[in-house]
Design a protein around this ligand. Structure first.
Ligand SMILES: *Cc1c(COP(=O)(O)O)cnc(C)c1O
Length: 439
């Protein structure tokens, strides 16, 4: 027998992280399982941003670059992210988007590889990596004369042998929720004379990460997913200190200059991570992101990322168990690994037919997850995903579990709604087949 609603309520009552939920605006009637795509609003954010606008901007004007500490926000926020990803103070800055930062670090990695391992001309990544990562790599490879080699997970180690200059991976896969083991893959890359670049978009704030212990070379991550920084929040960058005085980033703007207010004509990079900045920073967005990061400060007193991870695994275990028992016989498959070591903080279910409409029907009921189309590049021979007319792996229903604010009772109700949507055939209503621009 799967856990009862009362059992789930008891789990919430004894949850040591329960109080963290009070830091967020959680709309009535909504069970939000999409924090892996856009995190929720921290309660402090609206007033903080209003204060930055009315007082810091409105009254103090340009003086606020100094008096309100605007100038150092990228570093100050970076220091708040550092403990979440196993970095030291001064090793992380918050700036630009994940895509732009990936361009910068991959370019820096290629420049180092060109010196240390001249002749190596391949960038290795995973075929199912997030598309923007692959697009950025594709563009850079074309520009610099490299080959982008895309492999399946079990093809990563073999691909490192020989010609690989850089291994570029996303730690937790956005479509499947599968997590790579960062330390051994980084070690294998180094043993093959190759640098390791990690994207932490689905890891930072969701699963424990230890960049320094893994001896990774470069990393980027996202501000608006598990860090709850708001739509389009700036992203972050980390570089291993062994490269800190050596790497060149390609977007050599004045904010990454050693002395921007000397206004000298020649570029001289700032020391360390500051050289990853390019131009003037979005202060309003940084202010909102800081509110999201402050909640992790409160979480630290309750056990930090280790406690959040324990809860995240309990939530995803519960969801899997309830779905498998209560929604049995409805054609749902489990895509996310059962093995805790290989699981991020989301659960993805596959279905050959109707995944999009099922997600829409759930959203109508207030259970917000999302849909990702079947991967056309894998799983050939599987049934075509209905509606898209393509062959490939089945479509995916994706549910993110942010342990800061999702409770066990939420999981129970989400599965109950899923069960009702499937049993009643509600998802087959025409309104749920209407495709929106953002899925
Ligand atoms: C969400 C995500 C991004 C987002 O990049 P943006 O530049 O913020 O649009 C990039 N990479 C991965 C792996 C992601 O999950």
């Amino acid at each position: 027998m799967s856990p009862s609603l009362n059992h789930c309520r008891a789990l919430d009552t004894s949850d040591p992280l329960r109080a963290l939920r009070d830091h967020f605006v959680l709309p009535d009637g909504v069970i939000y399982l999409d924090g892996n795509s856009l995190g929720v609003l921290p309660k402090t954010a609206a007033a903080r941003v209003a204060d930055v606008i009315t007082r810091e901007w409105g009254q103090d004007l340009i003086r606020s670059w100094n008096s309100a500490g605007w100038f150092h926000l990228p570093q100050r926020l970076g220091d708040k992210i550092a403990p979440l990803v196993g970095a030291a103070p001064g090793e992380v800055v918050v700036t630009d988007s994940t895509s732009v930062n990936l361009y910068k670090v991959l370019s820096a990695a290629l420049a180092i590889a060109a010196e240390d391992a001249p002749g190596k001309k391949t960038v290795v990544s995973e075929r199912s990596n997030f598309p923007t990562d692959l697009y950025i790599a594709e563009g850079l490879c074309r520009e610099r004369g490299y080959t982008l080699l895309l492999v399946e997970p079990d093809g990563i180690l073999p691909a490192l042998i020989g010609d690989a200059a850089v291994l570029m991976l996303t730690h937790v896969n956005y479509r499947t929720g599968a997590q790579h083991d960062m330390a051994p893959l980084t070690a294998a890359a180094h043993a093959a004379g190759c640098l390791a670049v990690w994207d932490l978009a689905h890891s930072a704030g969701a699963v424990p990460v230890d960049l320094n212990r893994a001896q990774a070379d470069f990393a980027v991550g996202c501000g608006y997913k598990y860090l709850n920084g708001g739509p389009g929040a700036p992203a972050f960058v980390w570089v291993n200190t062994r490269h800190a005085e050596r790497f060149q980033q390609p977007l050599s703007g004045w904010w990454g200059h050693a002395a921007p207010f000397e206004f000298t004509p020649g570029y001289r990079p700032a020391s360390g991570i500051t050289r990853y900045l390019c131009g003037t920073q979005p202060i309003l967005s940084l202010a909102a992101l800081e509110c999201g990061l402050e909640v992790f400060g409160a979480a630290e007193a309750l056990g930090g990322m280790a406690a959040l991870r324990t809860k995240s695994l309990a939530l995803t275990d519960l969801f899997i168990e309830l779905v498998e028992e209560r929604c049995a016989g409805h054609g749902l498959g489990l895509v996310t690994p059962r093995d805790h070591a290989q699981r991020g903080s989301q659960v993805c279910l596959s279905r050959n037919e109707g995944a999009y409409a099922i997600v829409q029907a759930l959203i109508k009921r207030g259970v917000i997850g999302d849909f990702r189309a079947g991967d056309p590049s894998t799983g050939s021979g599987q049934a075509p995903s209905t509606g898209s007319g393509r062959t490939g792996s089945p479509d995916i229903l994706r549910f993110g579990f942010t342990p800061l604010y999702i409770g066990f009772e939420d999981v129970w109700h989400a599965v109950e709604h899923l069960k009702q949507v499937l049993e009643t055939g509600e998802w087959q209503r025409p309104e749920f087949k209407q495709k929106h621009a953002v899925t």
